[in-house]
Design a protein around this ligand. Structure first.
Ligand SMILES: [Ca+2]
Length: 323
């Protein structure tokens, strides 16, 4: 039964997202430029992308210590030219349509570093390690509705290869309010929680968005932000939020994301869409029914009548033949 409601909820979210996508073309986008994406593990740099080779995600530089290759999972796309001269341009309009954990339709462009494909591998960000994730965002380039930030995500892949989010913990810059906020989303329980937020200090033009898991075997992560004015640090500020990670799996992945909510469609838009889908399904069902049960039809063409005669009579249940 639980499975059924989960599927029903997913179907309802998909209908809302589809209706939002149809109802709100060109609703604006959040865009911005990142300069640096760093993951440290057990105190050492583990991965760093300076966006220097001109190859946008899914392409990624190798791990620092081992030189082993790694790539990003991309949600939406990073068109040619997204990465140039040490800059990665994020644009939510290049994102995929989905919903937030609480069912609000959204469009998100993401790049998830695939550190943990194998739970038993030595790679990855696990409870038994300390790690941090950060990205340097040029605040002067950010505009539009929505947010740009870094996240720890827990994503599962089912037997058919469909990937879905279970949990995310984000530190993100919200240009409309000039704040950095920390947000936890639990896609399994359908919950979104804002854990804290910071106002941008006067004069800041860049921010390093930071998420860290500072204590081994304690499943908490904390968020902070370091602001800069022309390259000069204005200090590291604690966002004041801490949240549990590792609720569903024994690792998390680092992610970059530019996302925005889409206007929630009017209830009648969703219901009209559901009615439309229902009508299409009904017509298909009827057509399929006519092919297999021709005695229910009354064709006007005599030749069709003739060809149907056998079906027409032999198709009746034997009890009807007696009278
Ligand atoms: Ca690159």
């Amino acid at each position: 039964m639980f499975e059924f409601w989960q599927h029903a909820r997913i179907a309802a979210r998909a209908a809302v997202a589809a209706a939002a996508a149809l109802a709100a073309p060109g609703a604006g986008a959040v865009t911005g430029v990142l300069h640096d994406f760093i993951v440290t593990r057990d105190g050492a740099q583990y991965f760093r992308d300076t966006f220097a080779d001109g190859l946008a995600p899914p392409s990624a530089p190798p791990y620092i210590a081992s030189g082993n290759p790694v790539s990003y999972y991309v949600g939406g796309s990073y068109p040619a030219g997204s990465e140039a001269d040490g800059r990665l341009t994020l644009d939510s309009n290049q994102g995929g349509i989905g919903t937030s954990a609480n069912g609000v339709p959204s469009r998100t462009q993401r790049a998830t570093l695939l550190t943990n494909a194998d739970q038993n591998s030595t790679n990855g960000l696990k409870p038994s390690r300390t790690f941090t994730l950060s990205a340097l965002l040029d605040m002067t380039t950010v505009s539009g509705p929505g947010s740009i930030g870094v996240r720890f995500v827990d994503r599962t892949v089912n037997a058919t290869g469909t990937s879905s989010l279970r949990e995310s913990l984000a530190v993100e810059y919200v240009p409309s309010s000039g704040t950095v906020r920390m947000r936890h989303q639990d896609f399994f329980r359908g919950e979104v929680q804002t854990l804290g937020s910071l106002s941008t200090p006067l004069g800041a033009d860049e921010v390093r968005l930071i998420l860290s898991h500072p204590v081994v075997d304690v499943p908490l992560a904390i968020g902070s932000a370091e602001f800069f004015d022309h390259g000069q640090s204005l200090g590291i500020f604690d966002i004041g939020g801490a949240a549990s990670i590792f609720n569903y799996r024994q690792f998390v992945r680092p992610e970059l994301a530019a996302g925005m909510s889409l206007p929630v469609p009017e209830p009648h838009t969703v219901s009209m869409m559901l009615i439309g889908l229902g009508l299409i399904a009904w017509r298909r069902w009827r057509r399929a029914g006519q092919r297999t049960r021709p005695w229910l039809t009354t064709p006007s063409d005599p030749a069709a009548w003739a060809s149907m005669t056998w079906v027409r009579f032999s198709g009746y249940p034997p009890t009807r033949r007696r009278c």
